[in-house]
Design a protein around this ligand. Structure first.
Ligand code: SAM
Ligand code: SF4
Length: 461
């Protein structure tokens, strides 16, 4: 959706489409993966992966935060306990060593991502320690993409300097909303000054890419109030923006149940209008819309990848890296390579015990058969490019697309009548309104959806 758009979305459409649905950062989605202990399978897969000469991407989960934001859906631990942090880092070191051993000869890392929680919860020495664990076990490329997530409220100049010196060039700061009423409602006091200051420091240190996270649909948020946040954020001119739909999951998160009052949430109509405000605002301000929830300056790699149709989607959202083996370390971390997904335990104590026993033990796993691999690619293509070229899939997967997906096609015909999608023998193409309901349009291709429990997914609007 390159230009500012006026879209006619009726309350009936919202009522019809606003239902629980995945965000498809993976397919099949995590609730479908099997529970178990996967030490043997995971170890074998890593050994096999070791024979592959392609570089890999490493995700490191740092779960700690100083204070709880009540809207948060991430895997985080609120603590001040430095003993716990040190113990966790030791466990991380053991896991990284175990992974590297299974992979065999040191693998090349094309990407390192520190996510959380809040990686800048760690002090400079701890950050250095984590990088040391990695570089002592892996080869790191000069031009590798090193990125981390940071909370402007706790990130110091010294941390930004140390991380830059260590090789990080990309940073993503959480902002969410600058309106104080909204901030009070989510227990996150963050002045615009704090966001400005951290951003300016990162810029003065020459970080080459700065992203800011915003969230729409938060309690007490209004279109007018969010507009002010957008204006302020636009003055900061980050290279990228993530504008996430608030995933409200009272069935999954006790804090959502206890601390977010449902009556404070914008109605689905208000929520979609807030989102439309953001889309139009950023289009007018010269940002390119990337898939469902990202925006980037036209010269940014993500915008170029969109243009060149080389955009991809993984656990961290949209990315320019294609088909790269992704290994996750740390509590709750996810790995994605070959034809499998794996996830570490979400329990920090259990994670630390098993790591200290030198045991790699993902607690969830999923092996994709050919059918799931095909569906994964269709869903990713739809989410990244807003269109699916049928002949492309027909030649590569040896299928008659419309026959193979006859049930999905019947559902798409209904979306077509609503103006959400254009269908031809060659192509499925989302319309600008369809882009707002991308999750709904991907759902017909999900063959596991019927068997899943809905409290695990947020509403699609
Ligand atoms: C790990 S946090 C970012 C780093 C840091 N902890 C911070 O808050 O500044 C990743 C991002 O996920 C988003 N997020 C967290 N919980 C969410 C939810 N329930 N719905 C939508 N987005 C959410 C927020 O935008 C947040 O900045
Ligand atoms: S939004 Fe960030 S700082 Fe707040 S609880 Fe979640 S991970 Fe921690």
């Amino acid at each position: 959706m390159p230009h500012s758009v006026k879209l006619e979305i009726t309350p009936e459409m919202i009522k019809r489409y606003n239902r629980p649905g995945p965000r498809y950062t993976s397919y099949p989605t995590v609730p479908v993966w099997k529970d178990g202990k996967f030490t043997r399978d995971y170890t074998k897969s890593l050994q096999k992966e070791g024979q592959n000469e392609q570089p890999i991407s490493l995700y490191v989960h740092i779960p700690f935060c100083r204070q709880l934001c009540t809207f948060c859906g991430c895997n985080k631990i609120i603590t001040k306990n430095q003993n716990l942090v040190e113990k966790y880092l030791t466990a991380l070191e053991q896991e990284i060593a175990g992974v590297a051993e299974c992979l065999g000869t040191p693998k090349n890392l094309a990407e390192i991502h520190f996510g959380g929680g809040t990686p800048t919860f760690l002090n400079p020495q701890q950050l250095q320690r984590v990088v040391q664990m990695i570089v002592s076990r892996f080869d790191t490329q000069e031009e590798g993409e090193w990125a981390f997530e940071a909370d402007p409220r706790v990130t110091t100049t010294e941390q930004l300097e140390v991380l830059y010196e260590l090789g990080f060039r990309r940073v993503s700061f959480g902002v969410q909303d600058l309106d104080q009423t909204v901030q009070r409602a989510i227990n996150r006091n963050q002045t615009a000054e704090q966001s400005w200051q951290t951003l300016k420091t990162a810029r003065s240190l020459s970080y080459k890419s700065i992203n800011l996270d915003l969230v729409y649909g938060l309690p007490l948020q209004t279109k007018l109030g969010f507009r002010k946040t957008l204006e302020e954020v636009n003055k900061m001119r980050p290279d990228r923006l993530a504008v996430y739909s608030f995933a409200y999951l009272p069935g999954m998160f006790k804090t959502h149940q206890r601390a977010i009052r449902e009556k404070d949430l914008p109605t689905p109509e208000e929520k979609i209008n807030i989102y439309l405000e953001a889309i139009n605002f950023f289009a007018e301000s010269g940002y390119v819309m990337i898939g469902m929830d990202h925006f980037a300056l036209p010269e940014d790699d993500l915008a170029l990848a969109l243009k060149n149709k080389t955009l991809h989607r993984n656990f961290m959202g949209y990315t320019t890296l294609h088909n790269m083996t992704q290994i996750g370390v740390g509590v709750s971390a996810i790995s994605d390579f070959g034809d499998s997904y794996w996830q570490n335990t979400k329990e920090i104590e259990l994670y630390m015990i098993e790591a200290s026993e030198k045991k790699l033990n993902p607690r969830k796993g999923m092996k994709l058969d050919k059918e799931d691999q095909l569906r994964r690619e269709v869903i990713e293509t739809l989410m990244c490019h807003g269109e699916v070229l049928l002949p492309d899939f027909e030649s590569r997967y040896k299928i008659d697309f419309r026959h193979h997906f006859s049930q999905a096609w019947t559902q798409l015909e209904k979306f077509k009548q609503e103006g959400l999608v254009k269908l031809s023998p060659q192509k499925i193409e989302l319309t600008p309104i369809g882009m707002l309901f991308t999750r709904n349009l991907a759902m017909p291709f999900d063959r596991h959806l019927k068997t899943q429990v809905s409290p695990k997914f947020s509403n699609t609007v």
